[in-house]
Design a protein around this ligand. Structure first.
Ligand SMILES: Cc1cc2nc3c(=O)[nH]c(=O)nc-3n(C[C@H](O)[C@H](O)[C@H](O)COP(=O)(O)OP(=O)(O)OC[C@H]3O[C@@H](n4cnc5c(N)ncnc54)[C@H](O)[C@@H]3O)c2cc1C
Ligand SMILES: NC(=O)c1ccc[n+]([C@@H]2O[C@H](COP(=O)([O-])OP(=O)(O)OC[C@H]3O[C@@H](n4cnc5c(N)ncnc54)[C@H](O)[C@@H]3O)[C@@H](O)[C@H]2O)c1
Length: 467
């Protein structure tokens, strides 16, 4: 058995824990997959590197409305793909080399491991490792729905679809969440015919109802969106295409596509980790249970020296949350007598589709339920981008800011934005929420640049006033 001061399983956000404070300690970092984890290799970063060219590809259609005639000649899929991954693969390889070869105190083990006890684990090749402190940061993996034919080679997840050799002419996406919305935008803008099979009655249905409804309307104008529709079978044709059998409101139907993307959620990587060997608590969805200090729980109590962060234990499968939790763990590993809690009060999220969507805090439904419970009335304002000068410049007909606040105090409870650069427009609202700035002070306590699009936020804040 080899013993370390600190062992980290997972080189995504887990990799950020190895700070100079550990220079005199023996550290082992373990990753059985590609160095750097999901966000870098198959998640946030490459998807957004595809989203940006997708925005450019979609520009001619939007420009024509304003009297600017551009033409779309097509995309060079292989060039885009190779540009993206030559950059990403180099970053992953550089990070790997740094950890493997350049730090004397750090050992990199590139194997899958499973727990062998409270603070010990065994590698796939049989080595037993123990540590004074163990961090489990093993992330999550894409879940495939139980559909006959789902294992066909033409069926991809987000792990593989970004590296396919050619842009498909016809793509079926299963699911109506984040990944479905982003890849529909990417492939649709590039000129692929996109069909979405969405089990429920709307896309992005975890978001505020107004956002979900408006997004679904726009989605239906761009892609063939089949709501309340399930895929019942996938089979390969002789020419390599895929025959899809669907069942929806109009009964069974068939569709021919070139490839399929399964975007039906991700499950925490506790499967295969032999969590039972250590007796750690799991939630029903497979997440490791942790307390506010990111300590792993056993029978509801924290296990000394065992920590977890990111997708494997978080309520949120988001990189900025994994990084925030990693900062909590980084501090707590070194300051056992001065533990810090993670702050999950205002977690923002954005969907980089068209239209773009961003949200933070409570949805209107959640705020109404809370108001009923507490007896504290709320007020809601919806402000269209098209009501501001910059919205006129854009001839915008889709964007809006929806704010929800406590009526008496103006405390902002939730913000939901759909439209151009929603992910950036939301940041000042998030800042106000985080630093306890009420809507009225935020609106009138500062200048708002005229005629910037941020005026839509200013006006939404002002519209929350009821007196
Ligand atoms: C397509 C896609 C797009 C996304 N876009 C965004 C976005 O725009 N914004 C955002 O905030 N989030 C986004 N996310 C989510 C984000 O990528 C994740 O929340 C984040 O990467 C989780 O980080 P992590 O450190 O918890 O796990 P990971 O980065 O997944 O790291 C876990 C590591 O552990 C390793 N591992 C797992 N099990 C074992 C084991 N038993 N033994 C050894 N090693 C193991 C894995 O190989 C992996 O490298 C996206 C996700 C996907 C799939
Ligand atoms: N921009 C971002 O921050 C970003 C982008 C991509 C992914 N992510 C993260 O990755 C996670 C996974 O993304 P996702 O889109 O796979 O998950 P999701 O939870 O957003 O959406 C899953 C979709 O699949 C549907 N579904 C689930 N099981 C199904 C089944 N058996 N048959 C048919 N449909 C089914 C759901 O109804 C839902 O529409 C997200 O929760 C998100 O946290 C974030």
């Amino acid at each position: 058995m080899t013993h370390y001061d600190l062992a980290i399983i997972g080189s995504g956000s887990g990799n950020t824990l190895i700070s100079p404070e550990w220079d005199d300690s023996k550290v082992v970092l373990v990753d059985g997959g590609v160095f750097g984890g999901t966000c870098l290799n198959v998640g946030c970063i490459p998807t957004k590197m595809y989203v940006y060219p997708a925005e450019l590809a979609a520009a001619p259609e939007r420009a024509a409305r304003l009297g600017v005639d551009l033409s779309f000649e097509g995309v060079r899929w292989q060039d885009i793909r190779d540009r993206i991954f030559s950059r990403i693969d180099a970053i992953s390889a550089g990070g790997r080399t740094y950890r493997a070869d350049e730090l004397e105190n750090v050992t990199l083990i590139e194997e899958h491991v499973h727990l062998a006890g409270e603070k010990s684990f065994r590698t796939a090749s049989g080595e037993l490792i123990s540590a004074d402190q163990l961090v489990i940061a093993t992330g999550s993996h894409a879940v495939l729905p139980d559909v006959p034919g789902i294992t066909l080679p033409q069926v991809h997840t987000s792990d593989t679809i970004m590296r396919i050799p050619e842009q498909p002419e016809r793509l079926l996406i299963l699911g109506g969440g984040y990944i479905a919305a982003e890849f529909a935008h990417i492939f649709g803008s590039f000129g692929t015919t996109v069909t979405l099979a969405v089990r429920s009655g709307s896309m992005l249905r975890h978001l505020d109802d107004t956002v979900s409804a408006v997004f679904t309307e726009h989605a239906a104008q761009q892609w063939d969106v089949r709501l309340r529709t399930v895929v019942t079978e996938l089979s390969a044709n002789d020419d390599g295409s895929v025959r899809v059998r669907l069942d929806g409101p109009e009964g069974p139907s068939e569709l021919e596509v070139d490839i399929v993307l399964a975007a039906t959620g991700r499950r925490p990587n506790t499967d295969g980790l032999s969590v039972d060997e250590a007796g750690f608590d799991l939630h029903d969805d497979g997440r490791l249970a942790v307390d506010a200090y990111q300590r792993v729980l056993r029978e509801g109590l924290p296990v000394e020296g065992v920590w977890s962060l990111g997708d494997v234990s978080s309520d949120y499968q988001l990189k900025h949350v994994a990084n925030h939790e990693a900062r909590t763990v980084a501090h707590n590993l070194l300051h056992p007598d001065d533990l810090r809690a993670s702050d999950h009060r205002f977690v923002p999220a954005a969907v980089f589709s068209h239209p773009q969507v961003a949200s933070v805090g409570l949805t209107e439904d959640q705020a109404l339920s809370a108001a009923e419970r507490t007896g504290t009335p709320i007020v809601t304002a919806v402000q269209q981008f098209g009501s501001t000068a910059y919205g006129w410049a854009m001839e915008d007909t889709e964007g809006f800011v929806k704010l929800i606040a406590e009526k008496s105090t103006g405390r902002i409870l939730g913000a939901h934005i759909l439209g151009h650069e929603a992910s950036m427009l939301i940041q000042p609202i998030l800042q106000a929420m985080s630093f306890d700035l009420d809507a009225f002070s935020m609106a009138r306590g500062q200048y708002w640049i005229h005629p910037a699009l941020t005026e839509v936020v200013e006006n939404a804040l002002l519209n929350l006033r009821t007196d």
